[in-house]
Design a protein around this ligand. Structure first.
Ligand code: R1P
Ligand code: URA
Length: 291
């Protein structure tokens, strides 16, 4: 296997990887990711012990332990472009020898669980509840930059989505990727399930109009009306499709659970979603201990 060049795998002078600013050994194999750096201490305060804290840009990492299990929590910032950076660098810390710049022979598989916020697309999903994503429906196009994406995309579901929603051809081509069975059947069992649409933005790409008109005024109705084997799209957020896609391509288990902070159909917004997030954190940390 050839060496990976200095411009492709960027290592800081102290031996840490470029954006995460972490060295091999500083992340646990069970990792919780969140969008908001402010959510990291809300999770790590439940740890019995914190061994490392690190911050670079919007990426804040705490590694510690809970109930004898080593665990990390790390913020990604918003969007699938950040997921591309964070997932590739997390994987490199375990599966590439950073000194030799070579892929390691022995693959390490990680559990990566996202705790996020989202907007419900169905009238009957109340704010201040939580949804686990059975599938990420990528409206962002990111995964298509990876050659093997075709092998992990659910093509039948993707085709049904494109056809039922009359998907606008000037938007990126959608792709659908399933959650990891292992995490869905363990941690995911504790939550209501739904498919999650991952948008490449918060306003126009999620059908919000402030001062600008959108190309497709019925976008949200079209997505909410999509049905496949009795499954519907429950919520909108901005990371899951890329997390599920890159997780599968790199050989890791991934799962997203989101608090519902807004209902886009009922036009409601949570009065205090932090309580829901706190409950979500408690339930997930308990389940991670048993993984
Ligand atoms: C938008 O407000 C952000 O919130 C959601 C979206 O996916 C996007 O990142 O998730 P987080 O609360 O995890 O950031
Ligand atoms: N995050 C999103 O991406 N969309 C919402 O409506 C709420 C949170």
């Amino acid at each position: 296997m050839a060496q990976i060049g200095a411009s492709e795998l960027i290592i800081n002078p102290d031996g840490s990887i470029y954006h995460l600013n972490l060295k091999p050994g500083e992340l646990a194999t069970d990792i919780i990711i969140v969008g908001d750096p402010g959510r990291v201490p809300l999770i790590s305060r439940h740890f019995d012990h914190i061994e490392l804290t690190r911050q670079n840009r919007e990426i804040c990492t705490h590694t510690g332990s809970i109930g004898g299990k080593r665990i990390s929590v790390l913020s990604t910032g918003m969007g699938t472009d950040n997921i591309d950076i964070v997932l590739n660098e997390i994987d490199a810390l375990f599966n590439i020898d950073l000194k030799k710049r070579k892929v390691r022979n022995k693959h390490v598989s990680l559990n990566i669980i996202r705790l996020g916020t989202s907007g419900a697309l169905q009238q009957d999903i109340p704010v201040d509840t939580a949804i686990v994503s059975t599938h990420g429906i990528g409206l962002d196009g990111m995964l298509y930059y990876y050659l093997d994406s075709h092998s992990i995309i659910d093509h039948e579901l993707t085709r049904a989505f494109i056809s039922q929603t009359h998907w606008n051809r000037s938007f990126p081509q959608p792709y659908v990727v399933e959650a990891s069975d292992k995490l869905l059947n363990t941690i995911g069992r504790k939550f209501n399930k739904g498919m999650t649409a991952t948008a490449p933005g918060f306003y126009g790409p999620q059908g919000r109009r402030l001062r600008l008109e959108t190309t497709h005024p019925d976008l949200n109705q079209a997505i909410a009306g999509f049905e496949y084997n009795g499954m519907k799209v429950a919520n909108f957020e901005m990371e899951t499709s890329a997390l599920y896609g890159l997780g599968k391509l790199l050989g890791h288990q991934t799962l997203t659970i989101c608090a519902i902070v807004a209902n886009r159909v009922a036009k409601q917004y949570s009065k205090d979603y932090h309580k829901t997030m706190e409950q979500l954190i408690g339930t997930v940390l308990e389940a991670v201990r048993d993984l």
